[in-house]
Write a protein that binds this ligand. Structure first.
Ligand SMILES: [Mg+2]
Length: 298
């Protein structure tokens, strides 16, 4: 990439601004470069990435369980109970395809897990305003922690209206890509929390900017990532380790089994209900060159 040739890895602000001007809104690809620069900086200085992001504010980062859907509600609830036993306290439930099944699952989870678990639903922006409002009204008695991005990412005004018509706190995810879009969420009072993701938002520093803006407006902060390789997962763990404010239990997903073919680091990190970063320099993971050669498209 011509813009990077000859640049210092420590000039990350300038590099990232140039890349965004060159390919506007290309946050998914910018994230890989932003976090690679952070990794290089840490390795050159011999310090873990969290030290460059403000230093250690917590020893471990709490993660939620994104609840896998089993063939029956009972099996899904059994699995949630098993995850509760190993330490998870927050469950994210994907909803939006079958409203009747969604209501039944949320009720069954609350009944079985009682007050031992926080329940969050997430529709990945797939529901209409009316369907979302109907669902929220039906599950309001189930004491949900939050409802994440039920409606379309472009309808922030509608999300503000939804927030005013339900007692369940809303989380903004797909509708927040950058500082402009989080300001729209704040203006419309469309959410009580923001879910950032390393790739969606353009890397660690971009997420940190959104956390700063969001927390300044009273939004709760939910760290997380898409199903990713170990690199994105550990990058957000470094950021959360160095964040001084409170955080929600976010999805820390190494999505190898279901979504990606394989990981690209020598020692894939394992996620559980607590994610910990190590003391190795940079992000603390090393690329597996053989695997990358094998996966390269050309
Ligand atoms: Mg989401």
């Amino acid at each position: 990439m011509p813009h990077l040739i000859g640049a210092s890895a420590f000039e990350s602000a300038k590099i990232m601004a140039t890349l965004n001007e060159t390919l506007w809104h290309s946050y998914y690809s910018q994230a890989a470069i932003a976090d690679a620069l952070l990794d290089i900086q840490g390795k050159l200085l011999g310090v873990p990435a969290y030290q460059l992001l403000g230093g250690k504010c917590r020893d471990s980062v709490p993660a939620c369980a994104v609840l896998p859907m089993k063939p029956t509600i009972e099996q899904t609830v059994d699995n949630a109970e098993r995850l509760l036993d190993v330490g998870f306290r927050t469950f994210s439930i994907k909803v939006g395809t079958d409203p009747r099944a969604d209501v039944a699952l949320v009720r069954a989870l609350r009944e079985r897990l009682q007050d031992k678990a926080l329940l969050r639903i997430d529709a990945n922006a797939s529901m209409s305003f009316d369907d979302a409002l109907t669902l929220l009204k039906k599950i309001e008695p189930c004491d949900l922690e939050s409802a994440e991005q039920l409606t379309a990412s472009w309808d922030v005004e509608g999300m503000g209206e939804l927030a005013r018509r339900t007692s369940i706190p809303l989380v903004a995810d797909e509708c927040v890509s950058d500082d402009h879009s989080i300001l729209a969420v704040i203006r419309h009072r469309a959410a009580a929390a923001v879910q950032t993701k390393i790739a969606k938002n353009g890397g660690v520093w971009a997420c940190r900017k959104l956390w700063t803006i969001g927390s300044g407006a009273g939004l709760k902060i939910c760290p997380g990532n898409h199903p990713s390789t170990s690199i994105a997962t550990i990058a957000v763990a470094h950021l959360a380790t160095a964040w001084p404010g409170p955080i929600l239990d976010g999805p820390f997903t190494v999505g190898i089994a279901d979504v990606l073919a394989e990981d690209v680091v020598q020692e894939p990190i394992r996620t559980g209900h607590l994610v910990r970063v190590g003391e190795a320099p940079g992000l603390g993971v090393e690329l597996d060159d053989d695997r990358i050669r094998h996966l390269r498209a050309h």
